[in-house]
Design a protein around this ligand. Structure first.
Ligand SMILES: C[S@@+](CC[C@H](N)C(=O)[O-])C[C@H]1O[C@@H](n2cnc3c(N)ncnc32)[C@H](O)[C@@H]1O
Length: 284
């Protein structure tokens, strides 16, 4: 049945009472159906919607009501001001990961040519954003998931950087690269502990790929297994920037200091709330 924006939003908000920000979710879903911005929708509440639009909106609302994340329903998520396609094959980009890009912007001038790898690229947010920001940089985006690589490469095409990125299906805890090929290696590896995963919300455990999140009992299995290969593939003086869990800084620093003397003393970068966010290491 046809209806107005005001009425369908009220219905949608009521159906979404069990999820975060029900009104905002309803507005974003309706904007998706109508094909306009959320703002232009809410400035005209009396706008009439067709019965097909109302029906499509109700279908999306019922998916969201089960806890399915908005990003998977809409198929899109913003990262560092850019829109990225997301599917259930990839982790939904998180704002914390933007800290890595900020560090790279501090490290290099815009016109600096450098060669980098993104280990565990997922939707490709790091590999693609760096390529967009640094027009002379070239990179390799690796992931163990074929589905994720497919999404990452379509995001590279979307942002017109596919000609400077290679996509590699492989396990970054094995020797994927030759010696001393990269100026910079980035990674947001899985780092959630098994206990944290067990306690996580249904929106995460029911929908996001477990292989993108969990890394053993202490969340550091991937980190321990990748560091030797990272050292091997970095050029002398090359940088390694990795996202870590908000309380993993001390432990990761200890692993690097005790077991990987090929790195200079490492720095754990924290956010304004004092939470550990990025491990910053340089090969000697
Ligand atoms: C935390 S997600 C990060 C995704 C993306 N870089 C981001 O920041 O949103 C980790 C990614 O690593 C991939 N991955 C997990 N284990 C891997 C392995 N051993 N080798 C390569 N990729 C792996 C997962 O498929 C997933 O895409």
């Amino acid at each position: 049945m046809a209806s107005s924006v005001r009425i369908v939003l009220q219905e949608g908000e009521a159906l979404l009472h069990g999820v975060d920000s029900p009104r905002l979710s309803a507005e974003l879903l309706l904007a998706e159906v109508v094909g306009c911005s959320r703002l232009s929708l809410v400035v005209d509440y009396s706008r009439q919607l067709s019965s097909a639009e109302c029906e499509q909106f109700r279908q999306l609302v019922s998916r969201r009501a089960t806890g399915e994340p908005l990003a998977y329903i809409i198929g899109m998520k913003e990262f560092y001001g850019l829109d990225f396609q997301v599917t259930p094959d990839v982790l939904i980009p998180r704002p914390e990961t933007e800290h890595i890009v900020e560090e790279i912007e501090r490290l290099y001038d815009k016109d600096k040519p450098f060669h980098y790898a993104d280990l565990g690229t997922g939707s490709g947010i790091l590999a693609v954003t760096v390529a967009v920001l640094f027009p002379k940089a070239t990179g390799v985006a690796a992931d163990i998931s074929r589905g994720a690589l497919h999404v990452a490469s379509s995001n590279a095409v979307r942002h017109d950087v596919a000609n400077r990125l290679d996509f590699l299906l492989g396990d970054f805890t094995t020797r994927l690269f030759d010696e001393e090929v990269f100026d910079l290696i980035l990674s947001n590896p899985p780092y959630v502990t098994e206990a944290e995963y067990d306690a996580a919300s249904h929106e995460v455990t029911g929908f996001e790929p477990v292989g993108a999140l969990v890394s053993g009992v202490d969340g550091l299995d991937h980190v321990r297994a990748m560091l030797g290969h990272v050292l091997h593939a970095l050029k002398p003086g090359g940088y390694f920037l990795m996202e870590i869990g908000c309380d993993q800084g001390r432990e990761v620093e200890k692993i690097l200091t005790d077991q990987f003397p090929g790195f200079e003393p490492v720095v754990v970068k924290r956010d304004i709330a004092g939470l550990d966010r990025v491990l910053f290491a340089r090969k000697k």
